[in-house]
Structure formats: C-alpha cells, structure tokens
Design a protein. Structure first.
Length: 143
C-alpha cells in the first residue's frame, strides 16, 4: 500500500469512527443523578419496564427542550418560540398515534411548531414505542 493510499484509508477509518461516536451521543453514567432518579422510579413501581425505557430515551433525546420531567422547562426551552408544551397536562401526549407521529416526523408534521425534530430515522420502531409509552404515563396519577 502506498503512503497516499494508507493516508486515505486512515482518514476514512477516523471519519467513520468519529461519525459513530457522535451519533451515539453521551450516555448517562453510573452516579448520574438523572439515571439514579429513573432507577428509583422503577424500584418504586411508578413506571413499567417499557415506560422506563422510554424515560431513558426521553432524557437523552428530549429533555434539553422539554425538561427532565417533561414540563416544557428544559435548558433550551427559553430559546424556543413557541416554548415546548407541558407534557404532563397536554392532551397530545395521551393520543398514542399522534405522539408516535410527532416523534417520528417532528411536530411540524401535525401542524405544530417546526422546532421539534423528526426522530424517525434515528430511532427504531421499538424505541419510538418506548417513548410513546412514557409520554402516555406522564398524565397518569401515581399510586
């Protein structure tokens, strides 16, 4: 292999590794307060397994705008116009078909703000199912 071909191969491999690392995003680490809170909710029986998986995805993908507790008060909410809704009282989060469409296609697909991105190409159908289950649990009274 010539020096030039080796260099091109090395650059390609590095680009692929960087792309894969960026796509995976940061993961909650042991000792992370949010991860600890999610596990506590699971232990207390407030969330089913499917809902807790949805919560983990929500924290990773959605909480920056929607807030850790889905109240529309995330870190980035003040920069958005219109701001994200409080999903604990939103009727939209109680309609599974509508919630699924918003997650997969973005909120603009249902005539809402264009600021919520479509996740349909990034998330699997199972992950979207988890998110829908979590969103439906938000308005539920806790035992």
């Amino acid at each position: 292999m010539t020096g030039r071909a080796w260099h091109a191969s090395a650059v390609t491999v590095l680009a692929l590794m960087t792309s894969a690392a960026c796509r995976s995003g940061p993961r909650p680490q042991p000792g992370d307060p949010m991860l600890d809170a999610i596990r506590a909710e699971e232990r207390e029986g407030k969330l089913t397994y499917v809902e807790s998986q949805g919560r983990r995805l929500f924290v990773h993908y959605c909480a920056t705008c929607h807030g850790d507790d889905a109240r529309g008060d995330g870190q980035n909410a003040s920069n958005l116009n219109p701001p994200p809704p409080d999903m604990t009282v939103s009727r939209m989060s109680q309609d599974p078909a509508l919630t699924r469409r918003v997650i997969a296609e973005g909120s603009a697909a249902v005539g809402r703000s264009p600021l919520s991105p479509p996740w349909g190409r990034s998330l699997s159908q199972q992950q979207i199912d988890y998110l829908v289950a979590y969103c439906q649990s938000l308005g539920r009274e806790t035992p």
